[in-house]
Design a protein around this ligand. Structure first.
Ligand SMILES: [Zn+2]
Length: 131
């Protein structure tokens, strides 16, 4: 089940960004999954909360956007949305187009709360971080 490693990669990525941004709780993660990515959405939904446990993503909501396949014919340059990965060009009938979108899963965005939210007069800029 390669969804586990895909899901793990997505979580690692968000953890990395969140850490860099000083976010210690991620509330929502939005994934884009291509129609031609060969990813089981239900499997992603199943493993996400399990893999998120113990990270800043624990308990985060998971939003998934499905991205349709987009392809460009290598023969005539027509752009179209094929039903699947072996669809032929609607104009000239050529197979093997270049895929422009819809073949991958990626993290589109995430929401989180910073450790020290910007507010009125924080007592110290970065407690615990000696210079
Ligand atoms: Zn064509």
């Amino acid at each position: 089940m390669h969804e586990v490693s895909l899901c793990q990669n997505a979580i690692d990525l968000v953890v990395e960004y969140a850490t860099r941004e000083g976010i210690d709780h991620v509330s929502c993660v939005r994934l884009e999954i291509g129609a031609g990515a060969a990813v089981e959405v239900e499997a992603i939904r199943f493993c996400f909360p399990l893999l998120a446990e113990g990270t800043v993503l624990a308990g985060a909501e998971l939003a998934i956007d499905m991205i349709p396949l987009r392809a460009r014919c290598r023969s005539c340059g027509t752009e179209y949305e094929p039903e699947d990965l072996v669809a032929a060009c609607p104009k000239c009938g050529a197979f093997g187009p270049e895929f422009l979108a819809g073949r991958e899963m990626r993290v589109a965005s995430f929401d989180g709360k910073p450790r020290h939210p910007p507010g009125p007069a924080p007592e110290q800029a970065a407690p615990g971080q000696a210079d």
